[in-house]
Design a protein around this ligand. Structure first.
Ligand SMILES: Cc1cc2nc3c(=O)[nH]c(=O)nc-3n(C[C@H](O)[C@H](O)[C@H](O)COP(=O)(O)O)c2cc1C
Length: 193
């Protein structure tokens, strides 16, 4: 894909087909993440890629509990949109049926003065992964809902007990819906001096 098409066609995909993600594409997505810039070249990331059907089922069990916890937060955020609450909760529980989930952690639990930089660097890697997925005709969605729901420590204990904080999760797979759109961008969010 042309670079600009990748940038402007990427959108958050929350419903996936059961089609598997080929290993070579998954490897390319991971490598795209590792190619991101990082503060003082810390490369402060650690990714857990959940792909086997056994591990995906196990992760669904974790997320099912997160789905229960997140309901109250979603109801507060969308008081007049019960359908949005339901859809979001469903997505969180199943990750939209995505065949692959990538958990992004900080590699170490303490980067001292660089803790914000480490978080930003892991985020840069995660965005690279989403763009690479899009370039390969796949969809993805970034999730921090498990962190908002207070489940980060549980997930870290289970998947990366000797690493740093959970930064976010990515669902990755082929979109099941025919091409939803990203929400409109808000005006007034930049200035050129
Ligand atoms: C840091 C971060 C956290 C996000 N967390 C969630 C989430 O928990 N659940 C979800 O459905 N989408 C989540 N998203 C996706 C956003 O809702 C989405 O990017 C935004 O609505 C813009 O839509 P687009 O990605 O289609 O352009 C997150 C995105 C980012 C960057």
């Amino acid at each position: 894909m042309e670079f600009r098409d990748v940038i402007y066609s990427r959108r958050s995909v929350r419903k996936y087909s059961s089609k598997e993600v080929p290993d070579d594409i998954l490897e390319e997505i991971i490598q795209a993440g590792l190619a991101a810039p990082s503060a003082v070249n810390l490369q402060p990331w650690y990714f857990v890629v959940i792909k086997s059907s056994r591990e995906r089922r196990r992760f669904d069990e974790v997320m099912d509990r997160v789905g229960d916890r997140v309901k109250e937060e979603l109801e507060g955020r969308f008081p007049n949109h019960p359908d949005t609450v339901k859809e979001s909760q469903e997505f969180i529980r199943s990750m939209g049926g995505a065949p692959v989930v990538i958990l992004g952690f900080c590699y170490k639990d303490d980067y001292q003065n660089y803790s914000d930089d480490a978080l930003e660097s892991v985020s840069a890697a995660m965005e690279n992964m989403l763009l690479c997925a899009c370039d390969n005709g796949l969809g993805g969605c970034w999730l921090t809902a498990p962190i908002q729901a207070g489940a980060a420590a549980d997930i870290q204990r289970q998947y990366a007990p000797d690493k740093g904080r959970l930064v976010g999760a990515l669902s990755i797979g082929y979109a099941a819906d025919g091409g939803g759109k990203s929400p409109k961008r808000k005006p007034g969010r930049y200035v050129i001096l």
